[in-house]
Design a protein around this ligand. Sequence first.
Ligand SMILES: NC(=O)c1ccc[n+]([C@@H]2O[C@H](COP(=O)([O-])OP(=O)(O)OC[C@H]3O[C@@H](n4cnc5c(N)ncnc54)[C@H](O)[C@@H]3O)[C@@H](O)[C@H]2O)c1
Length: 357
Amino acid sequence: MIVGLPKEIKNNESRVALTPGGVFELTKNNHTVYVQKGAGFDSGFSDDDYVKAGATLLPSIEEVYAIADMIVKVKEPIEKEYSLAKEGQVIFTYFHFASNQTLTDAMVASKAICIAYETVVDDNGTLPLLTPMSEVAGRMAVQQGAKYLEKPIKGKGVLLGGVPGVRPGKVLVLGGGVVGVQAAKMAAGLGAIVNILDINMDRLRYINDVMPNNVITEFSSEYNIRRHIKDADLIVGGVLIPGAKAPKLITRDMLKEMQPGTVIVDVAVDQGGCIETTKPTTHEDPIYIIDDVVHYCVANMPGAVPYTSTIALTNVTLPYVLQLANKGWVNACESNPNLNSGLNIVKGEIVCEDILK
Ligand SMILES: NC(=O)c1ccc[n+]([C@@H]2O[C@H](COP(=O)([O-])OP(=O)(O)OC[C@H]3O[C@@H](n4cnc5c(N)ncnc54)[C@H](O)[C@@H]3O)[C@@H](O)[C@H]2O)c1
């Protein structure tokens, strides 16, 4: 199969969908890989790295789309790419069709085969191609939170780890899923006191078993949240109700109960956020302040660390890319129900009901 790797052109997207290691695996399996010049540059991979792995370079995105049977990407195609997708061409990427009717219409019109990372489900019912980005965002939440807690960057002026003779900072983590656990782990590693709240008792039992003693599990209730926000230094929002908007666990009036300079990192911003005052921000302008509380609500946090995010993403996508290339999309999807759940649009027909909700 001919596989094409275009450079991402969405604003501020620095990841790339295949590492040179991924290209090597494809060429080892007798596939031909065309890489757009500069595609991996922002993730730390040179054109020469791809050539050494067996790829052929092409100067433009148009040429990559024109020659490839399968395009492997990171973000959904943007308007400039709509007309490049071809009938019968496989496009394997994050699409998020449900929130983008224009993209859905364009991909239906293209008659391409659209397989979405975000709807690939594993045997446990979890979303394996979303997990690594939640891991990145969860860990980053504490890194960003610690930074904005510094006084010159508008925070309270608290060092999360404290120092001998001074109490450490207090971190409240809402949601004990992938984001929450990774955030708790980072904060605990810095020496902070961490309270992690969830409504899933099995999850709290697991966290209680595996985390160090400075991570305390509690049931998520309004009473407990109100109690903790009074002296929390950093609050990380990581709740998710699949397929629904995040519940507003901290309402506008509750900000007044927080100390000035408290930092909120609402990772759940992409589902509307679990704080009533959350609104999406960008890496160029990541924070805003309401009632003296610093809000960090960047909707694509992993985009800031493309060296790590690219490798984390391609670790999980490559096995599926290889199946699609080796078997062709029809056989690959028939023989693997997990991959089959990624099929969203096939030659002009929407085959994933969730898109229509
Ligand atoms: N901003 C970004 O760049 C970025 C990156 C990755 C993920 N995310 C988002 O982060 C959010 C969390 O993702 P995840 O992978 O950790 O999800 P997850 O499903 O692994 O975890 C969500 C957790 O929230 C818990 N929860 C549900 N209702 C709750 C409540 N009322 N109180 C406390 N906990 C509650 C669930 O029991 C679950 O444990 C999602 O919205 C995801 O899209 C954002």
